[in-house]
Design a protein. Structure first.
Length: 273
């Protein structure tokens, strides 16, 4: 018996032993299990997740178990499910939280996050359809990097998407457009420093994903990740590497499905410039 099959059965056993209960969000009432909240939180903190990736990583390869749980969550209006055409022949099914699903997750996680300085953000809905394939692959990129962190005996504490960085960075800078150039540059440096980011050629570069984690020694650390597509130009990759991002590359095969891997050779080459 393979390890994957063992893990898949572990998921079934865990879910079979769970007790579903009714939870209220305003006047609405939903029947969910604790593991459903975990599933929804996983989807929500990455905004968009491919169904195949959720089955592979979150449900340990047990697609039938995932389908059963999602059928109930989608049926109650907590999770959205949509199939998109990717390329000429590819199709991609993605998952996302509805507004009600987002409210439920925030409500149930409030107790856990209330004492944290930076609670985990949870998102609802789909954004730009043209970028869905890229956005959905961020969860896959996270899994690769998180496995590296765990291998070093670290523990992931939080993830931050570029949406959150845009709020923190663009809002104060937009209000300062009228400042003299020197003052604006000082503010830009301050905003970048406050968010652990870098200014490259006059711009604050934002990663696709930041993973905040605790090291084996108990210290807090972070790694910024960029998911590069075939459309990235060499100059863009060079700037991202100068900003200190770990670069992963996404490529599509003829069927339209995508693969993600760390571009170690390219990253090392750019960082040496």
């Amino acid at each position: 018996m393979t390890r994957g099959l063992d893990e898949s059965r572990d998921v079934e056993a865990r879910d079979a032993g769970e007790r579903a209960e009714y939870l209220r969000v305003g006047h609405a009432r939903f029947l969910v299990r604790p593991s459903d909240i975990e599933t929804m939180e996983t989807i929500g903190k990455f905004r968009t997740v491919a169904s195949e990736d959720l089955a592979r990583f979150h449900f340990k390869g047990n697609a039938s178990c995932m389908d059963g749980r999602l059928r109930e969550l989608v049926g109650q209006g907590l999770v959205g499910r949509r199939t998109l055409q990717i390329g000429r022949a590819g199709r991609l099914e993605v998952l996302f939280l509805t507004k009600q699903g987002q409210r439920l997750v925030k409500q149930e996680r409030h107790r856990d996050d209330s004492q944290k300085r930076d609670p985990q953000a949870v998102y609802a809905g789909l954004k730009k359809i043209a970028e869905i394939a890229h956005d959905a692959a961020i969860y896959r990129m996270y899994q690769v990097e998180a496995a590296r962190i765990v291998k070093l005996e670290g523990r992931v504490r939080r993830v931050v998407l570029d949406y959150e960085f845009k709020k923190r960075v663009y809002s104060p800078l937009a209000k300062a457009r009228g400042l003299p150039p020197e003052e604006y540059r000082k503010l830009q440096d301050e905003v970048a420093r406050d968010n652990g980011l870098a200014v490259v050629d006059g711009k604050i570069l934002l990663p696709d994903l930041r993973i905040e984690y605790e090291t084996r020694e108990g210290e807090m650390a972070r790694v910024d990740l960029e998911l590069a597509t075939d459309h990235y130009k060499p100059g863009q990759l060079r700037d991202k590497a100068r900003a200190g991002f770990r670069i992963y590359r996404m490529a599509q095969d003829r069927s339209g499905s995508s693969k993600v891997w760390e571009d170690r050779e390219l990253t090392a080459e750019i960082l040496s410039l």
